[in-house]
Design a protein around this ligand. Structure first.
Ligand code: NPQ
Ligand code: MG
Length: 367
């Protein structure tokens, strides 16, 4: 396989409601899609970088720039373009994992389509549907939060994740436990908003029986997470800190976490994400699939990944309508709290041409 043409397409998806986290408020998802064309097939990938570098150092204009100037030329030089060849060919570029992951996914999709193999089976999926959790943003008041959680539980979501920050942590957890009971699968995500000085305060979450607390401290602070874990009963799960299999191995060796959030974009691609799953599975460490407000393209890939056997906790693999009125693919819908794993070749989904046109803000064609 050889790269013939590439399209960098920017799409803007208005969110059904603002999504607030400790790092900011999102009202529109500005997404970069990558389309690769080869003689055999075409394929799509999605870059999960945000519009601004708030979740991590990557941002969508930066991803487009590094793809255009460095990543695409390196992959265009490959005469035997196979999915496993992409990451090594891009290794000379430091970082930019979300940009690399988007390109690798587009190549994977094209390669698997040309062979009639689904991404799920290629990755080693063992299930045909995956349990769905939902991430609930920081709200203006507790009644608003309880209404939102009630709506998601009515829709069938099997696990609730509350976004937290200093000033919005113990009270929302207590209110949700009081209203919905102790059996509800409940976890929280701080997106790095705390410091070790908050250890005593965060220990106040322990009585609520949470599944986990996600990324309480900054990305670089593995030792801080290890110290915090010694002071908490609630398991720490790392998200932002897990930038590679190596970072995960180090975090586990240090005792910085007991659970791992797997996001392919954050670790540079679905093949590295599979290796991350394999490492954790071999060590008996539970993993679950994170989410980055993906369109149906990235969502399809996440659902395929989440069908691997080590994904023992429900993921942030929500239905399309959790975020969007209109998705670029046929929407993913909740069926008894689960999403069906696409079974067709490659991603098993593709953009709907009319919707894609309607949502596109910019197209760049390269060859
Ligand atoms: C998390 N996701 O687990 C992320 C955070 C997140 C579903 O909670 C644009 C780009 C918006 C990246 C919103 C969920 C985002 C984003 C939230 C990442 O930490
Ligand atoms: Mg997170």
């Amino acid at each position: 396989m050889k790269l013939a043409q590439v399209e960098l397409r920017r799409v803007a998806l208005p969110l059904v409601a603002p999504f607030r986290t400790s790092f900011g408020v999102e009202t529109t998802r500005d997404v970069l899609l990558v389309r690769v064309v080869t003689a055999d097939a075409e394929g799509w990938g999605e870059c999960v970088a945000g519009a601004e570098p708030r979740y991590s150092s990557e941002y969508v204009d930066g991803a487009a720039d590094v793809l255009r100037r460095f990543l695409l030329p390196a992959v265009a030089d490959l005469h035997d373009l196979r999915p496993e060849a992409v990451a090594p060919a891009l290794g000379f570029v430091k970082g930019h994992r979300m940009a690399k992951a988007a390109l690798e996914l587009a190549v994977l999709d094209a390669w698997l389509r040309s062979r009639g193999i689904s991404l799920a089976s290629h990755l080693g999926a063992t299930r045909e549907r995956v349990p769905a959790g939902v991430s609930v943003g920081i709200m203006g008041s507790l009644p608003e939060l309880l209404d939102a959680v009630a709506g998601y539980l009515d829709a069938g979501y099997l696990r609730i994740k509350l976004k937290i920050e200093p000033g919005w942590d113990l009270a929302p957890v207590e209110a949700v436990r009081e209203r919905f009971g102790g059996e509800l699968m409940l976890q929280v995500d701080a997106n790095a908003a705390y410091t070790l000085a908050d250890a005593g305060h965060l220990a106040g979450l322990d009585p609520f029986g949470l599944l986990l607390i996600e990324q309480p401290l900054p990305e670089e602070d593995l030792l801080g997470h290890a110290e915090l874990q010694r002071r908490l009963r609630t398991p720490i799960c790392l998200d932002e800190s897990i930038t590679s299999v190596k970072a995960a191995a180090d975090a586990l060796a240090l005792g910085a976490c007991r659970i791992v959030n797997v996001k392919a974009g954050r670790v540079g691609g679905y093949l590295e994400a599979r290796r991350l799953h394999d490492l954790c599975h071999a060590r008996g460490v539970p993993v679950w699939c994170g989410g980055m407000l993906e369109t149906g393209i990235g969502r399809a890939a996440n659902v395929a990944l989440a069908a691997l056997p080590g994904f023992t906790l429900p993921g942030d693999t929500s239905a399309s309508d959790r975020y969007f009125h209109l998705d670029v693919t046929a929407p993913f819908v909740l069926q008894n709290g689960h999403l069906a794993v696409p079974q067709g070749p490659g991603l098993g989904v593709e953009p709907l041409p009319a919707v894609l046109e309607e949502l596109t803000t910019r197209v760049e064609r390269l060859r």
